[in-house]
Write a protein that binds this ligand. Structure first.
Ligand SMILES: Cc1cc2nc3c(=O)[nH]c(=O)nc-3n(C[C@H](O)[C@H](O)[C@H](O)COP(=O)(O)OP(=O)(O)OC[C@H]3O[C@@H](n4cnc5c(N)ncnc54)[C@H](O)[C@@H]3O)c2cc1C
Length: 424
C-alpha cells in the first residue's frame, strides 16, 4: 500500500473539483491533491462539445472542453497535484481516503480536509422499469453523447428520446446534425423539464416534435430495438392504454434524471438531504462532518456549469481555511427550508459565526408558474423579495440574504403567485 498526505484532497476532477482545487490553492493551502478515476481532467465537460458554457462566469459562450480547459490550465500553473486513473473506494470521516489504481495498487491519502466533487450519474432503464424485451439500441443520453463525441461511434439512425431534460434535448440536436432522424422527444410531465433555451435551440430550430404528458410503455425488438410503444398519461402520470401507439425506431435514448454519486458520502456518515440525494451543506459547502466539504452535482444537480464553478470556489476556499485552522467556529445555525412551490434549498443550513456576510441560496420550484413573487422569510420578516415573470423546475433560481439579518430558527424560501401582478 502506498501512503501520501496533503492539506486538501479533492475527489473528482470535473468542473467542481477543478474550481475547488484552484481556490483552495489560491487561499493558501500548500498541498492540494485532485483524485480522479478518469485518465483526463474535465469530468462530463469533456463530452459536451456543444456551446453554452461560461455565459455568466466568463461572459463568453464556450464549449465544454474550452470551459474546462481554462480551469485545467490554472490547475497546472498553480501546481495542484493529481492522482489520475485512480478510483476512490472509501472516505473515512477522520480524513483518510482509500483509493486504488493499476500503478500503485491501494493508495491511502491522509488529508486535513476533503472536498467531495464526484458529480452524478444518469438514471437508467432499470431505474424507471420500462417493460419489454432487452434489445441493443437503448442508451442513456449521456452514454450516447460519450460514444458520439469522444469515441466517434454513431448510436443509431431512427431515434426516440424519453425525457425533455437538457441532455436529451442536446442529444436530439447532436444526432440530427450527425444525420439521424429524431422522431420525437417524449416527456412524462406536462411541462418541459430542461432549460427553455435548449428547447428553442435544440428542438424547435430543427423541427423536432415534443410530446408532453406521454411516456414509453414498452420496448420491442429481439437483437436490435425495433420500436417503442408510447402512450398519453393521465393526471397521476399513469399511461392511458387506449392511447398506446407503436413508433418504429432503432434507438431509444433515456434522459430521465441524474442521481448524485453519493455512496462515498453516505459511508462517511454525512447527513444527506432526502430531496437532492446530496449532502446537507452550510454556506461554506461544509457537510455535517466538519472536515468534509462538497460541491457541484454531488450536492444537487445543476443546470449551468457557471453555478457549479462558483459554489465549488466557496467549497475550496473553506476547505483550505479549515485545513489551516482559519474557518470561524459556528455559534448558531439556521435551517433553510422549502416553502410553497419550492422543492429544495441549497445550502440547507447557514452557520452564524459572528462575521457578517452575504449568502446565496439556490433552489428549484416544484411546478412551473408565471407572475410570481420569490420570498425569503425569517421569523415572520421578509428578508428578500423579487418578482419573476416565469419560474420553471428546469431552471435553478437564487435568493440572497445577509447573515446579520438572521437570528435563530428557520429561513423559508417560497414562490407565491400574484393574481394582480404588475411587472416592473
Ligand atoms: C450532457 C450534459 C450537457 C450539459 N450541457 C451544459 C451546458 O450547455 N451549459 C452548462 O452550463 N452546463 C451544462 N451541463 C452541466 C454541467 O456540465 C455540469 O453541471 C457539471 O459538469 C457538473 O460538474 P461536476 O464536477 O459536479 O461533475 P462531473 O463533471 O460529472 O465531474 C465529476 C468527476 O468526478 C469523478 N469521479 C466520480 N466518482 C469518483 C471516484 N469514486 N473516484 C474518483 N473520481 C471520481 C468523475 O470521473 C468525474 O470526472 C451539462 C451536463 C451534461 C451531463
Amino acid at each position: 500500500m502506498t501512503e501520501r498526505s496533503c492539506d486538501v484532497a479533492v475527489i473528482g476532477g470535473g468542473p467542481a473539483g477543478l474550481a475547488a482545487a484552484i481556490s483552495a490553492k489560491e487561499q493558501g493551502a500548500k498541498s492540494v491533491l485532485i483524485i480522479e478515476r478518469d485518465t483526463s481532467l474535465g469530468g462530463i465537460l469533456q463530452q459536451c462539445i456543444h456551446p453554452g458554457f461560461g455565459l455568466f462566469y466568463y461572459n463568453e459562450e464556450l464549449t465544454g472542453p474550452e470551459y474546462g480547459g481554462r480551469f485545467i490550465d490554472k490547475v497546472e500553473t498553480l501546481g495542484v497535484e493529481k492522482l489520475m486513473d485512480t478510483m476512490v473506494l472509501q472516505v473515512l470521516p477522520e480524513g483518510t481516503i482509500i483509493c486504488s489504481n493499476t500503478r500503485d495498487g491501494i493508495v491511502k491519502v491522509t488529508a486535513k480536509s476533503i472536498v467531495l466533487s464526484m458529480g452524478c450519474r444518469e438514471r437508467t432503464r432499470g431505474n424507471i422499469q420500462i417493460p419489454g424485451t432487452r434489445p441493443a439500441g437503448v442508451y442513456t443520453a449521456g452514454a450516447a453523447q460519450r460514444l458520439i463525441n469522444r469515441q466517434n461511434e454513431m448510436v443509431g439512425k431512427k431515434v426516440i428520446i424519453l425525457g425533455s431534460g437538457d441532455i436529451g434535448m442536446i442529444m436530439a440536436r447532436r444526432l440530427t446534425l450527425e444525420g439521424a432522424q429524431v422522431i420525437v422527444v417524449v416527456e412524462l410531465m406536462d411541462y418541459l423539464t430542461g432549460l427553455i433555451r435548449n428547447r428553442v435551440q435544440c428542438l424547435d430550430d430543427f423541427g423536432i416534435p415534443l410530446m408532453l404528458s406521454h411516456t414509453v410503455t414498452r420496448i420491442v425488438g429481439n437483437k436490435r430495438l425495433e420500436g417503442v410503444y408510447i402512450a398519453k398519461v393521465d393526471d397521476n402520470k399513469k399511461p392511458i392504454p387506449s392511447t398506446e401507439q407503436l413508433f418504429p425506431c432503432d434507438t431509444l435514448l433515456l434522459s430521465v434524471g441524474l442521481i448524485p454519486e453519493n455512496e462515498l458520502s453516505r459511508e462517511a456518515g454525512i447527513e444527506m438531504d432526502s430531496i437532492t440525494n446530496g449532502p446537507v451543506v452550510n454556506q461554506h459547502m461544509q457537510t455535517s462532518v466538519g472536515n468534509i466539504f462538497a460541491a457541484g452535482n454531488v450536492v444537487h444537480v445543476n443546470d449551468l456549469v457557471d453555478n457549479v464553478s462558483k459554489e465549488s470556489e466557496i467549497a475550496g476556499r473553506a476547505a483550505a481555511k479549515y485545513a489551516m485552522g482559519e474557518l470561524p467556529e459556528t455559534k448558531r445555525s439556521i435551517t433553510c427550508v422549502p416553502g410553497e412551490n419550492v422543492r429544495y434549498v441549497c445550502p440547507g443550513r447557514i452557520h452564524l459565526t459572528g462575521e457578517d456576510s452575504e449568502v446565496e441560496l439556490y433552489f428549484r420550484v416544484n411546478v412551473p408558474d408565471e407572475r410570481v413573487q420569490v420570498l425569503a422569510i425569517h421569523n415572520g420578516k421578509e428578508l428578500y423579495k423579487r418578482k419573476a415573470i416565469k419560474v420553471n423546475p428546469g431552471e435553478m433560481e437564487k435568493v440572497k440574504v445577509l447573515t446579520k439579518d438572521l437570528e435563530e430558527g428557520c429561513l423559508k424560501i417560497q414562490v407565491v403567485s400574484e393574481d394582480e401582478y404588475v411587472y416592473g
